[in-house]
Design a binder for this molecule. Structure first.
Ligand SMILES: NC(=O)C1=CN([C@@H]2O[C@H](COP(=O)(O)OP(=O)(O)OC[C@H]3O[C@@H](n4cnc5c(N)ncnc54)[C@H](OP(=O)(O)O)[C@@H]3O)[C@@H](O)[C@H]2O)C=CC1
Ligand SMILES: Nc1nc(=O)c2c([nH]1)NC[C@@H]1CN(c3ccc(C(=O)N[C@@H](CCC(=O)O)C(=O)O)cc3)C=[N+]21
Ligand SMILES: [Mg+2]
Length: 297
């Protein structure tokens, strides 16, 4: 048996197409473009690549991109002041502060300073609480992108057994909340889970968000299950000095057992950025008081 490959890259391109249409309609109605501000502190090369890609795709969708690059030595007070400026700027609909931040900064404090109605990452406790209670807010981009792929692949998720491996605030926990809202029976596994292979074997849906290259093996997967690989791990490539990206799932073995599986790259990663743009166009409409059928995006 061989799994179907879930093409996140193509799905994300289609999503950006729809966002582009909404962005030009927004510009016509509001008399300005929707705007996304991205703040990067420090010179981490991987983060610089992500931020550059976000900026390019924001502009390609017909929105305005405001990039703020601050040196690693920036004080926390200066970063908080920048966030306050962006909160007050009517041209800015969405604010993303790239994580991780340098060690001398308190990430929770920085996130808490973002206006929840501009928090397109969905990391502010107000948005975490809204998600947990079923109120409208902003949902973290990576888990929302995973649910979009799952519903596209499976239709209704109701009653399915789902296992989420990982319990971080940015992926695992919001992923579990979204699957509960889709009426899955959800198990959350983590580093203290006993007999992870046995837990995974029960699942119709496996979401791996661990940060350990190729940890989840094909023998752990229930035949026909849908596997969503969130992991982004850079490992040494076959050629010396070259690196390649792998997920948290051992794709070679899992793809012989699963019914469907996301690849890395080209699976969840492109969805994360497309959903960020989706959240930004939603924020723009809400903040400008312009109606939008959010369920159609
Ligand atoms: N595609 C995308 O757009 C994105 C990809 N990522 C990627 O997703 C992965 C997860 O990211 P993130 O959630 O931030 O990572 P964190 O490091 O914050 O969380 C990892 C989670 O995995 C658990 N874990 C670690 N080791 C094991 C193990 N041996 N068995 C079971 N569980 C384990 C940890 O458990 P415990 O809580 O007990 O420590 C923790 O809950 C990373 O590869 C990251 O690069 C992240 C964001 C976006
Ligand atoms: N405030 C904040 N919000 C985030 O959403 C956020 C963050 N900080 N910090 C870092 C993580 C990671 N992340 C990714 C985004 C896109 C890809 C992506 O596009 N991946 C491509 C490959 C990219 C490559 O080749 O390097 C793919 O999987 O096909 C991956 C990972 C967002 N994050
Ligand atoms: Mg983390």
């Amino acid at each position: 048996m061989s799994a179907s490959i879930i093409d996140g890259k193509a799905f994300a391109a289609g999503l950006r197409e729809r966002i582009g249409v909404l962005a030009s309609a927004f510009e016509a109605a509001a008399g300005r473009k929707a705007g996304l501000a991205v703040v990067l502190v420090g010179e981490d090369p991987a983060s610089q690549v992500y931020v550059r890609n976000k900026g390019k795709q924001t502009i390609a969708c017909g929105m305005e991109s405001f990039e703020h690059k601050l040196p690693a030595e920036t004080s926390e007070a200066d970063l908080l002041a920048l966030v306050e400026t962006l909160n007050a700027d009517p041209a800015v609909d969405g604010i993303l502060v790239q994580l991780p931040l340098p060690a001398h900064m308190n990430e929770q404090k920085v996130i808490a300073t973002i206006n929840p109605d501009k928090d397109v990452d969905g990391f502010h406790v107000v948005n975490v609480g809204r998600l947990a209670t079923g109120l409208p807010g902003f949902v973290p981009c990576t888990p929302l992108g995973c649910v979009m792929l799952l519903k596209d692949q499976l239709g209704s998720l109701s009653g399915l057994d789902a296992v989420v491996i990982g319990r971080s605030n940015i992926v695992g926990k919001p992923m579990a909340q979204l699957l509960i809202a889709e009426s899955c029976t959800v198990t959350v596994a983590h580093s203290r889970t006993r007999d992870l292979p046995d837990v995974v074997r029960r699942a119709d849906i496996v979401v791996a968000a661990v940060g350990r290259p190729e940890m989840v093996k094909g023998e752990w997967i229930k035949p026909g299950a849908t596997v969503i690989d969130v992991g982004i791990n850079r490992v040494a490539g076959a050629q010396e000095g070259k690196s390649r990206l792998v997920g948290d799932v051992d794709f070679a073995s899992a793809s012989t057992v699963a019914g469907a599986i996301t690849p890395v790259p080209g699976g969840v990663g492109p969805m994360t950025i497309a959903v960020l743009l989706r959240n930004t166009i939603v924020a723009a409409h809400r903040n400008a008081g312009i109606a939008l059928d959010e369920s159609a995006i």
